[in-house]
Write a protein that binds this ligand. Structure first.
Ligand SMILES: [Zn+2]
Length: 496
C-alpha cells in the first residue's frame, strides 16, 4: 500500500467528518440562497444597491492534488476541496470550469464534475507544458502516468514562466505515439459526452491547449507545435464541436497561424462555438487580433497573471466587456501586493469603504431625525398626562431620572478609560480586507485558506481590479463576464 494513497483517503474521510460536524452549508443550499439574492437585485439596468455578484471561474485547476492537501507528492494537510468549493460558492462563484491539462487532470476534472454537478464543469486537453508525451524521450506512456506519487509532475502547469529550469535538447515527435494519444483523447471526450450524470459529463470545452514559448523547458517548440496542431484537427472533427480553452504565451504569431490553418480564418470549423484565450498577458494589438469579430472572434480570460504589470493593466483596460471572462487559474496566478493590479484593488476597497461610510452616516442621520420626531411626539403626550400626575409620583420620577443620569455618566467614564488600551491592542487594518483567514500549509486549519494556494473565492479580487482599471462598476464587469461565459460554454444548457 502506498503511504500517499492511504493518507489521502484518510484525509478525505477526516475532512468530510469535520465538514459534517461543523454543519458546513452544502454547496447546493448556498447556491439556492445566492440565486435568490440575485433575483431580488434589480435587473432594470441601473446597478442595484443589493447587487450580489455572480462569477464563473473559467480557469481553475481544481484537479491539482494541492486541493487535496498534497504538495509535491507529499500529504501536508487534510483534503479540503469541499471547503474550497464552498468558499467559492459563498462569494458568488457558482460555476467552476475545471481545467483539464493532461490525461490525468482531464479525467480527475470529469470526476469532480460528477461530485459537484451544476457547479463544476470541465475541459479536456493537453497543455503545451504537458506535451512532451508526444516525444520519444518521454519514457512514460501517458496512460501509465496516473500514479499519484510523481511528485512535482503531478501538479498542473503554472501560468508563470519559470526561467530557472534548464531547456532540454531538441526533441522530435514520436508519430506512432502521437496517433495513440489523439485516439485516446478522442475516446476520453466521446465517453464524457455520452454521460448523462451530469449531462455531457460536464465537459464544456476542448483544452487547455496551445503554445507556451516562455516555458520550453517542459516541452520543445517543435513538439508543442505538433501537439497544438493535432489537437486542433481533433477539435475540428468533433460533432458537435466544443468551444476552445486556449493558452498562448510569447507565441502569438505561431498561435494565430495554427488556429487559422486548423480551423479556418474565422474558426469556421467550430461552427460558431468559438473559445477563450485564458490568462492573457499579450499586447493590445495581439488581443485585438484574437478578438476581431471579422476574424478569430475569441474571448479573453483575465486572472492575476494578467494584472501583474502596468503594461498588463493597460491591456486589460482595452478589453471590451462583451469579450471579457474572469478566472483565478488557482492554485496559481494570485494577485500579490507587489503587482500593479494590487494598487487598483487597494483604491477600489478605499472607495468602497468611503461609499459605505457615507451610506451609514446617511442612514444614521435619517434614524436620528425619525427618533427626534418620535421623542417630540412622546414629550407632547407626556405634558398632557402631567396634569393628572400626583406630586408623589413626580418625586419618584425625578429620583429615578437622577439615578439614570448618574449611571450613564459612569458608563461614559468607563468607556473613555477603556478606549486608549483598546487602541493599543488593535491590529492594523489590512489595505485589502481578507474575507477568509489565511494560514501556512503547515498550520492548516479547517475553514482557512492556504497561503500561496490561490483558490476560486479570490475571483472577486480580479473582478474589482478589472472594474477599477476600466472605471466601471463590479456589477458591469461580473454581469458581462457571466453572460459571455454562459453563452460560449453553453452553461445554461447543462443543468444539474
Ligand atoms: Zn494556461
Amino acid at each position: 500500500m502506498r503511504i500517499g494513497s492511504s493518507l489521502g483517503s484518510r484525509s478525505l474521510l477526516f475532512s468530510r467528518l469535520v465538514c459534517n460536524k461543523a454543519k458546513f452549508r452544502p454547496v447546493n443550499v448556498i447556491i439556492a440562497s445566492m440565486a435568490e439574492a440575485h433575483i431580488s437585485s434589480s435587473s432594470a439596468g441601473a446597478p442595484a444597491a443589493d447587487y450580489k455578484p455572480r462569477y464563473a471561474d473559467i480557469g481553475i485547476n481544481l484537479a491539482d492534488p494541492i486541493f487535496r492537501g498534497r504538495y509535491h507528492g507529499k500529504p501536508r494537510h487534510p483534503d479540503d476541496l469541499q471547503d474550497v468549493v464552498s468558499r467559492a460558492v459563498e462569494v458568488g462563484c457558482t460555476k467552476l470550469i475545471v481545467t483539464g491539462s493532461s490525461f490525468k487532470s482531464s479525467r480527475d476534472a470529469l470526476k469532480l464534475a460528477q461530485e459537484f454537478p451544476g457547479t463544476v464543469y470541465t475541459t479536456a486537453g493537453i497543455h503545451p507544458c504537458s506535451s512532451s508525451i508526444f516525444s520519444p524521450s518521454h519514457h512514460k506512456h501517458h496512460d501509465e502516468s496516473q500514479s499519484e506519487d510523481e511528485g512535482e509532475a503531478e501538479h498542473t502547469p503554472a501560468c508563470d514562466p519559470d526561467p530557472t529550469k534548464p531547456i532540454p535538447d531538441g526533441e522530435g515527435v514520436d508519430h506512432a505515439r502521437s496517433e495513440r494519444i489523439v485516439a485516446d483523447l478522442a475516446a476520453l471526450i466521446a465517453q464524457a459526452r455520452s454521460s448523462s450524470a451530469p449531462p455531457g459529463g460536464g465537459l464544456v470545452a476542448f483544452g487547455e491547449f496551445g503554445l507556451d514559448y516562455d516555458r520550453l523547458h517542459y516541452c520543445s517548440r517543435e513538439v508543442q507545435l505538433h501537439s497544438f496542431s493535432v489537437q486542433l484537427a481533433l477539435a475540428a472533427s468533433l460533432d458537435p464541436p466544443l468551444p476552445l480553452f486556449l493558452h498562448s504565451r510569447a507565441a502569438h504569431d505561431d498561435f494565430v497561424r495554427l488556429l487559422r490553418e486548423g480551423l479556418g480564418p474565422r474558426l469556421e470549423k467550430l461552427r460558431g462555438k468559438g473559445g477563450v484565450v485564458h490568462s492573457f498577458t499579450g499586447t493590445v494589438e495581439e488581443m485585438r487580433e484574437l478578438m476581431d469579430p471579422a476574424g478569430l472572434g475569441l474571448y479573453i480570460g483575465v486572472n492575476g497573471c494578467s494584472l501583474k504589470t502596468k503594461e498588463n493593466c493597460d491591456v486589460v483596460r482595452e478589453i471590451p466587456l462583451d469579450r471579457l471572462m474572469l478566472e483565478t487559474d488557482g492554485p496559481w496566478c494570485e494577485v500579490r501586493p507587489s503587482h500593479e493590479g494590487w494598487k487598483y484593488l487597494v483604491e477600489w476597497e478605499k472607495q468602497e469603504k468611503e461609499r459605505k461610510g457615507k451610506l451609514a452616516a446617511a442612514a444614521a442621520a435619517a434614524t436620528a431625525a425619525a427618533t427626534d420626531g418620535a421623542a417630540a411626539a412622546v414629550a407632547d403626550g407626556a405634558a398632557a398626562a402631567d396634569g393628572a400626575a400626583t406630586a408623589g409620583n413626580e418625586d419618584a420620577n425625578q429620583e429615578g431620572q437622577e439615578k439614570k443620569q448618574q449611571k450613564q455618566k459612569q458608563q461614559k467614564q468607563q468607556q473613555q478609560q477603556q478606549q486608549p488600551s483598546k487602541k493599543k491592542n488593535q491590529k492594523k487594518e489590512p489595505e485589502v480586507p481578507e474575507r477568509y483567514k489565511t494560514v501556512k500549509k503547515e498550520k492548516w486549519e479547517q475553514g482557512a485558506m492556504v497561503k500561496g494556494r490561490n483558490e476560486p473565492c479570490t475571483i472577486e479580487r480580479v473582478a474589482k481590479i478589472v472594474a477599477a482599471i476600466k472605471g466601471v462598476s463590479v456589477e458591469e464587469v461580473c454581469e458581462a463576464a457571466w453572460k459571455n461565459t454562459v453563452k460560449v460554454f453553453g452553461l445554461d444548457e447543462i443543468q444539474e
